[in-house]
Design a protein around this ligand. Structure first.
Ligand code: FES
Length: 317
């Protein structure tokens, strides 16, 4: 995967710590040790790996050492190379370009009650949110599902937390059922879920009847295919340039090939780096970031994966 021209800063891998089987915590600091921009729970950073790949990882804490960003990385057996590279080759002392932080999964930390749901390594932003809610003394509950106990990161901390309920598939004989979790929550609660696609599908089904503003979700990877049907023209308002988008190509690919400077990162519609203002046209949204309301408003588009339903799409570029 290519990297981006958007803002990055050089950071040193300061420490690697064991968190669980196949999961390590990676701590990054600026080379001069200066404090980093503050972050809110749910934020992620982009790691530009020396092998040319770029991956996003959620921060484990928003309230820890202001000089450090810590992310949890699970070695994914189906990895396209990102987590495998990090686990096998990254060493303490190595210097990386780090982008962000960005937050597509913000916590409403003044809600009357919050229901935090995590699956596997999706616990990273959820644990970050729990720490903030604990700090503020807010009411919340946390449900953490993992295949096995030995794969559960932050197990010691979560096991000691009265608000946390742990679920291990091998011990329970199946997956965590989210329907009762949602049904039993107090009215007006805000829900947050980060985990693998099957868990997110269950979460979306369980929360379908709730007001969208109370339901928050973070995807690790694309839920939908990118729009590559082509057959429309993208016009850039500022330069007046026009680009026919052919079948098999995304808007980002066409613009990038033409030398148009558009920030991007994941190219899967999950990070938000390529979000671009829409002037006119009907967007075919395929990202995992915009809410239903935002999709309807169509003020912005993720050009890495979304396309156009109208023959012409005008962007504020
Ligand atoms: Fe990540 Fe488009 S590059 S959403």
């Amino acid at each position: 995967m290519n990297t981006t021209a958007s803002t990055t800063v050089e950071m040193r891998l300061h420490a690697i710590r064991y968190a669980a089987q196949d999961t390590h915590l990676y701590e990054f600091r600026r080379l001069d040790g200066a404090p980093l921009p503050g972050v809110e729970p749910g934020a992620h950073i982009d790691l530009h790996l020396p092998n040319g790949m770029m991956r996003q990882y959620s921060l484990c804490t928003a309230d820890g050492d202001p000089r450090a960003y810590v992310v949890g990385v699970k070695r994914d057996r189906a990895s396209r190379g990102g987590s495998r590279y990090i686990h096998e080759y990254l060493q303490v002392g190595e210097i990386l370009q780090v982008g962000g932080p960005r937050n597509n999964f913000p916590l409403k930390d003044d809600a009357g009650h919050s229901v935090l749901i995590a699956g596997g390594i999706g616990v990273t932003p959820i644990w970050c949110m729990a720490q903030r809610l604990l700090k503020l003394g807010r009411s919340f509950e946390l449900h953490y599902a993992c295949r096995t106990r030995k794969e559960a990161a932050f197990l010691e901390e979560l096991a000691a937390l009265p608000q946390a309920k742990l679920h291990f598939d091998d011990e329970a004989g199946g997956f965590l059922d989210l329907a009762p979790v949602v049904a039993q929550a107090p009215a007006g609660a805000h829900f947050y879920c980060c985990g693998p696609l099957p868990m997110l599908a269950g979460y979306e089904a369980a929360t379908k009847a709730l007001p969208p503003g109370q339901v928050h979700v973070e995807y690790f990877s694309a839920k939908e295919e990118a729009a590559t049907g082509g057959g429309y023209v993208v016009e850039l308002r500022r330069s007046g340039r026009e680009f026919p988008i052919p079948e098999g190509r995304t808007i980002l690919q066409v613009l990038r090939d033409a030398g148009v400077d558009v920030p991007y990162s994941c190219e899967e519609g999950v990070c938000g780096a390529c979000e671009t203002q829409v002037v006119s046209g009907e967007v075919d949204h395929r990202d995992n970031i915009l809410t239903e309301k935002e999709r309807l408003e169509s003020k912005t588009i993720m050009v890495c994966c979304s396309g156009s339903k109208s023959p012409r799409l005008v962007l504020d570029l």
